[in-house]
Every structure is written in C-alpha cells, then in structure tokens.
Write a protein that binds this ligand. Structure first.
Ligand code: SAM
Ligand code: SF4
Length: 329
C-alpha cells in the first residue's frame, strides 16, 4: 500500500473498543457517549480485517483503544494475531494500555507472542494519578508493570506532558523508567474531542520541556526508531532513552507509515483529519475479500499529507470532534 505521497503503509493501529475504565481528563470527558454496542465489529470480524491488512503489506499491528484490555474476550484476537507473528506474516504485535488490567493479562500476552507494550503513566503520585485519570488506581498499574516485566514484556512508558500538572515531575518519571529498564516517551496534548477543560491551559510545548531537562541531563539525539512518530535522545545520566512525540511543535507526518481502524470498522487514514472509509460494509457484503481489498486500496489513495493541529488561545476548539479513544493513540 503506497499512498499519494509515496509513503508505504505498513503499520495498522486497531482501536478494539472506545470504552475505558479510566477517564483521563485530557482524553475524555467524565460523561462520555460511547459508540453504540450494536455497531461494534465482533472479534472474528476484527481478525478478518487485520488479516486483510496483513495480506496488503502491514507488518506491525498495535491494539489500542479506549482500553484494549477491557474488551471482553480480547485475548481471542491477541492470540489469533500472535499466530501471524509466529508464522512470519507480521513482524510485531503490540498493545498500548493504561495498565489497570495488566497484572491479570501479562503472562498471557507474552504467551501469545507480544514482546513489547506501551503503558501510559503520567505521574507517580497516587493522588495526582487519581486526579488525572479520575477513576484510576496507581497501585494497580504498578502491579501491572511488575507483572509485565516478570513475564518478560519490554515496556515503554508514555506520559502526556501537561503544564502545571506533571511538568516538574518528568525528571522523576525519567529516573523511575530508566531505573527499571524502560524507555519513556513524552507526548504533547492533542486537540481531539471536547473535554471539560481548555487544553490551552495544559499545553506544554516539548521544546520547552527539553530545554528544562537539559539543565539537569545530557541529552544526545539518536537515530533509534520503533516505527512510531517518536524522536529519541539518549540520556547520559540515566543510561536510558527518552522519546518526544511532538504533533504540535514539530510535525512528523512526512514519515507517516500508519492507518487506524476503529472497533466499528471505520478506517482513518490520519489521526488528525476527519476523512474516513467504511470497511464494515464491504466486510459484511461478502465472504470473499475482493470488495474489502478494493475498499482498502481506495482509502489509501485518500491518505492526507498530514494533520493540522494547533493549540493556542485563538484555536482552542478541537481540531477533530472525535476523542483519541475512538481512533486510539
Ligand atoms: N487506554 C490506553 C492507554 O491509555 O494507554 C490506550 C488508548 S490511549 C487513547 C493512548 C495514548 O493516547 C495514551 O498514552 C494517552 O495518554 C494518549 N492520549 C489520549 N488523549 C490524548 C490527547 N488528547 N493528546 C495526546 N495524547 C493523548
Ligand atoms: Fe482511557 Fe487511555 Fe483515554 Fe486514559 S488515555 S481515558 S486510559 S483511553
């Protein structure tokens, strides 16, 4: 799959549910309206869609959400996709999780062929953790991280950098992550979906965070890549890697290799644009994949050049109405 700008699409992110057991304040509003259950694809249908993408050249799949581990029977899909890794059809199967259910699933994930996971963790303070996630329990996430490392899963921590919330705590998060052999990636807050607060109040440009960190740490740019949008530095003092995901201050779309599938079978060719393709109709119209393949081909011809995220006082409306939990992070 080659898009109009010559980029090969080899990475599929699948939001297996838009539901979640947390309500992170930058991601969701407290009282969310979720997609109607009747519109959900079954796990068998999601597997068939993933297989079609693998047949078309996808080499890496990430399961995300919402919280992927709250979808009922999700291990059925993980196991099915893990078999593709075993068969050499996929290079990597991975998952992004809030960690709340990890203690329960860590061993099984490893058993299914998952080797690396992303865990989202914005603070190490239990009270602040409860405040930012509204419903989360830090102790459970910590148990999950312990269980995942014990099971042999490599972990990357993701933290959304938020002004006057965790800005001053990033050095501590960095030491914690690197002390436990985990990479850390920091992310700029993206204007997706209505939330209770004004994102401008919390927006922290990572160029500023980097300059602040450089007063305490020696950061050296390195070419390390994981197939995602992060650009990495090596931190001399801790011996670990720190990634920066900068959708606002530095657009990374020129290297975009991914598309995003939702749990209702809608394909978004860009996280930050509204254009989408419905794959549920061709999926259900026939048992043969021909219709599906041509719908996917047509969608790829519409992959846009990039997103146009802006956050400032004049642009304090979401760039897209849907929340990150629909298309997955
Ligand atoms: N529930 C899982 C989790 O939290 O890891 C997976 C889905 S979550 C939408 C994926 C990532 O997106 C998380 O790291 C989260 O912090 C991040 N995220 C959510 N809303 C965001 C926003 N508006 N801007 C930037 N990152 C966001
Ligand atoms: Fe749930 Fe992840 Fe969104 Fe937090 S960031 S509300 S854990 S989907």
């Amino acid at each position: 799959m080659i898009d109009p700008f010559g980029r090969a699409v080899t990475y599929l992110r699948v939001s297996v549910t838009d539901r979640c057991d947390f309500r992170c304040s930058y991601c969701m509003s407290e009282h969310m309206t979720f997609l109607p259950k009747k519109d959900l694809l079954t796990l068998e249908e999601l597997e068939r869609l993933c297989s079609a993408f693998v047949a078309k050249g996808v080499r890496k799949i990430r399961l995300t959400g919402g919280e992927p581990l709250v979808r009922k029977n999700i291990m059925f899909l993980v196991r099915a996709l893990g078999r593709k890794v075993d068969a050499g059809e996929l290079d990597e199967l991975t998952i992004t999780t809030n960690g709340s259910q990890l203690a329960r699933y860590a061993e099984e994930l490893h058993d299914c062929g998952v080797r690396r996971i992303n865990v989202s963790l914005d603070t190490l303070d239990p009270d602040k953790f409860r405040a930012i996630t509204r419903w989360g329990d830090l102790a459970k996430v910590m148990e999950g991280i312990d269980a995942a490392q014990k099971a042999g899963l490599r972990i990357k921590l993701n933290a959304v950098a938020l002004k006057d919330f965790n800005e001053a705590e990033i050095p501590e998060l960095l030491r914690f992550a690197h002390g436990r052999g985990m990479d850390l990636t920091v992310i700029e807050t993206m204007p997706m979906g209505e939330i209770e607060e004004d994102r401008t109040d919390r927006y922290l440009p990572l160029s500023k965070l980097r300059a602040d960190l450089e007063r305490q740490f020696t950061l050296t740019d390195i070419g390390y890549r994981t197939g995602g949008p992060a650009r990495y530095v090596q931190v001399a003092e801790t011996g670990g890697r720190l990634g920066f995901i900068t959708p606002l201050t530095h657009n990374f779309c020129e290297r975009c290799n991914r598309v995003r599938l939702t749990c209702t079978g809608t394909l978004y060719m860009c996280l930050g644009q509204n254009d989408a393709a419905d794959l549920r109709l061709p999926l259900r119209a026939s048992d043969d994949d021909a219709l599906l393949f041509s719908a996917i081909d047509e969608a790829i011809t519409r992959k846009p050049k990039g997103h146009d995220f802006i956050i400032d006082r004049e642009h304090n409306r979401p760039a897209v109405a849907r929340h990150m939990s629909v298309t997955g992070g």
